[in-house]
Design a protein around this ligand. Structure first.
Ligand code: HEM
Length: 180
């Protein structure tokens, strides 16, 4: 069976985040709710970061990547606080894609960041619960947006390299579907 070209294949870079925001239907009220949680997030981010690195440092395979835990604690804190920024524009999209790319470039298997959503979502939802179930729903949307964007950085890299090798993104996509 021939896989046809898909409309989604033409969506790139920051436009991916715009598309997902549209699909998630994040409302200005939800953005404002999340932004109103800055103080609660700041008061609780340390507990999230502690658990995050405890888990990664406890496992031999993930520990191997953590060369500067103090610096990573700072960048993860900033990343987590930005989930509660209430502003998810093109600059946010570009920065989230760049963060995903950093992980691709250190050779980190994507299963580890995805697994760490367990820690991030638990702490984030607990913080959001201070403003009730609507804020928890809003937090879940933004975390889904971030997860998809992080993963997109991995796919972008695969596609880029395969496109360079084959000279055609279309051919690269067909290779990835197993068609060629
Ligand atoms: C969803 C989960 C994760 C988030 C949100 C996250 C977030 C971040 C952020 C914001 C940075 C800074 C990027 C920059 O300098 O611009 C970073 C860098 C880094 N992260 Fe993560 N991270 C995650 C998972 C992991 C995991 C599981 C590991 C290792 C097992 C890891 C290892 C690293 C390393 C080594 C760097 C430094 C990369 C470099 O500077 O070249 N991260 N991460």
């Amino acid at each position: 069976m021939t896989v046809e070209d898909r409309k989604s294949w033409a969506t790139k870079d920051e436009a991916v985040v715009r598309e997902l925001l549209d699909m998630l239907q994040i409302t200005p009220e939800e953005c404002a709710l999340l932004a109103s949680l800055q103080d609660e997030a700041r008061a609780n981010v340390r507990a999230m970061v502690d658990e995050f690195y405890q888990r990664l440092l406890a496992h031999e395979f993930t520990r191997e990547f953590i060369t500067d835990p103090d610096a990573l604690r700072v960048t993860l804190t900033k990343w987590f606080m930005e989930l509660f920024s209430g502003k998810y524009d093109d600059a946010y999209a570009a920065s989230r894609l760049a963060i995903g790319l950093k992980h691709v470039l250190i050779g980190l298997p994507v299963r580890y960041p995805l697994m760490m959503l367990d820690v991030i979502s638990r702490h984030g939802e607990k913080i959001a619960a201070a403003r009730g179930p609507a804020a928890v729903d809003a937090f879940r949307k933004v975390l889904a947006l971030d997860t998809a964007t992080f993963n997109q950085a991995y796919e972008n890299c695969q596609l880029l390299h395969l496109s360079e090798l084959t000279g055609s993104e279309r051919l690269a996509r067909r290779l990835l579907t197993g068609e060629v």
